[in-house]
Design a protein around this ligand. Structure first.
Ligand code: EPZ
Length: 423
């Protein structure tokens, strides 16, 4: 794909934009539907590349997926015809590993290609495997696939503590525990809003889960044939998409109102926008942001929820690159998530990387340049930088942005951004 965004300096960005459902929730909800021998529906589903990929993964397992209307996905997992998620699909999307847990819970077997490394680090699955093994499953890596098998008499409940609150490992463990006999206790789980959304979905399907939103979950195993479909679950609003548009408002000035998400899912990000000089107002269906004074340098460090989200790190770096003063951005979650820094440096940003720290010296103005999106959030952040850079900025590598942002340029243009997609 050779198309690129052409972004011009935009002096005024204002208006209201509504975000779509959360990519990092809907992919796991689609995987969770594998557990239910019936039909479930998801609404507020973003039509993005990753959702289409997950649809293909499910269809490769014999699940029927259709879109009865825009934004709604109907999933019929009454019967499965395979327990193998093929390499050519998984290689493109790490989130495909989310089918491991539900497959081994439902049919006692799962074979999922190892996810390739990706731009932001090696992205191991050791905690996923340790979690499944704690429920009695046997896991082995063969020919690039993770092969998981439940014991003859099924998975057994266990008391597990995650080494690190990994989002993916938490989700796989919850989904596998649904098929384990007894009540599984999982400690040190991730608490991202997308995990709570998954728990809400499972509770609607009839699973008993205690501890939603805390670091300790109790999941009561049930025979998966007892789980009930026949409902529609609305996907939680995408807090990262919301944070991206709010960052644009803080950068250019606003006032910009972003709706369709829960403000408390971005508490610490809003606090940091305020420390940087922006004014934020929480509305009943979103947040309004504007800035008239100077952008001030503010340091952040990324942490699991409710800490500053790693998925907002690049967007905040774009903001700090034109702030007054020096800031330190520390990336604690991924081992290699500063590629965006190299790209924005070509636009005149003054950033020095030292291990997990990026030292940012704000400059008065960036200059437009041809750039390439290194990954999903880095790509979106190059667009943000282009909005305040002198002249024109090109952002290529749009396949990254298309993975997680629905109608990105249309939403930005509705706020007055000078952006167009050039094929
Ligand atoms: C999810 O990835 C999100 N992706 C990521 O969003 C997000 O950045 C991340 O959670 C953290 O919030 C989806 O939900 C599809 P992790 P995930 O397991 O589950 C290491 C975006 O831009 N680790 O919490 O892969 C891992 O390498 C994407 O939307 C192990 O070492 O994240 C990473 O350094 C990017 N072993 C750290 O933990 C494991 O078994 C956090 O990973 C699992 C993870």
């Amino acid at each position: 794909m050779n198309d690129y965004y052409l972004v011009k300096k935009t002096d005024k960005l204002e208006g209201t934009v509504q975000v779509s459902g959360a990519k990092n929730s809907v992919l796991k909800l689609m995987a969770a539907a594998i557990l239910i021998p019936g039909v479930t529906q998801l609404s507020n589903v973003p039509d993005i590349a990753d959702v289409r990929l997950m649809q293909q993964v499910l269809e490769s397992l014999g699940v029927k997926v259709s879109w009865p209307e825009a934004g709604t996905v109907r999933i019929d997992a009454t019967t499965l015809s395979s327990h193998k998620a093929p390499y050519e699909l998984v290689a493109h999307m790490r989130a495909s590993t989310a089918v491991l847990g539900p497959l081994v819970a439902r049919v006692g077997l799962a074979s999922v290609a190892l996810p390739g490394g990706c731009a932001i680090g090696s992205r191991k699955v050791d905690m996923h495997i340790a979690g499944l093994e704690s429920l009695g499953a046997s896991c082995r890596i063969e020919h690039g696939y993770i092969e998981v098998e439940a014991p003859e008499d099924g998975l057994k409940a266990s008391d597990v503590t995650l080494e690190f609150p990994s989002v993916g490992a938490t989700e796989n463990l919850i989904l596998a525990a649904v098929g384990a006999q007894g009540t599984t206790v999982v400690s040190n789980v991730a608490r991202e809003p997308e995990i709570s959304d998954l728990i809400d979905f499972l509770i609607t399907a009839g699973v008993s889960i205690e501890g939603r939103g805390t670091t300790k979950l109790l999941i009561e195993g049930a025979a998966t044939n007892k789980l009930q479909g026949g409902f529609t679950h609305k996907v939680v609003g995408d807090r990262v998409e919301a944070g991206t548009f709010l960052a644009a408002g803080a950068l250019v000035g606003g006032p910009v109102t972003v709706t369709g998400f829960e403000a408390e899912h971005l508490s610490i990000v809003l606090k940091k926008f305020r420390e940087a000089g922006a004014l934020t107002e929480v509305l009943d269906n979103g947040v309004r942001i504007e800035r008239s004074g100077p952008l001030k340098a503010v340091s952040i460090q990324t942490l699991p929820f409710p800490g500053f989200p790693t998925d907002m790190q690049a967007q905040f770096m774009a903001l700090m690159s034109v702030a007054q003063g020096a800031s330190v951005i520390t990336e604690n979650v991924f081992e290699n998530r500063f590629m965006f820094a190299d790209e924005i440096a070509r636009m005149g940003a003054d950033i020095r990387i030292e291990g997990h720290h990026a030292l940012v010296n704000g400059v008065p103005e960036l200059s437009g340049a041809p750039t390439v999106a290194p990954d999903l959030r880095g790509g979106a952040s190059l667009v943000l930088a282009g909005l305040v850079a002198r002249g024109e900025t090109r952002v290529a590598g749009l396949q990254h942005i298309d993975r997680g942002y629905e109608n990105f340029e249309q939403k930005l243009r509705s706020l007055g951004a000078q952006i167009e997609r050039v094929a």
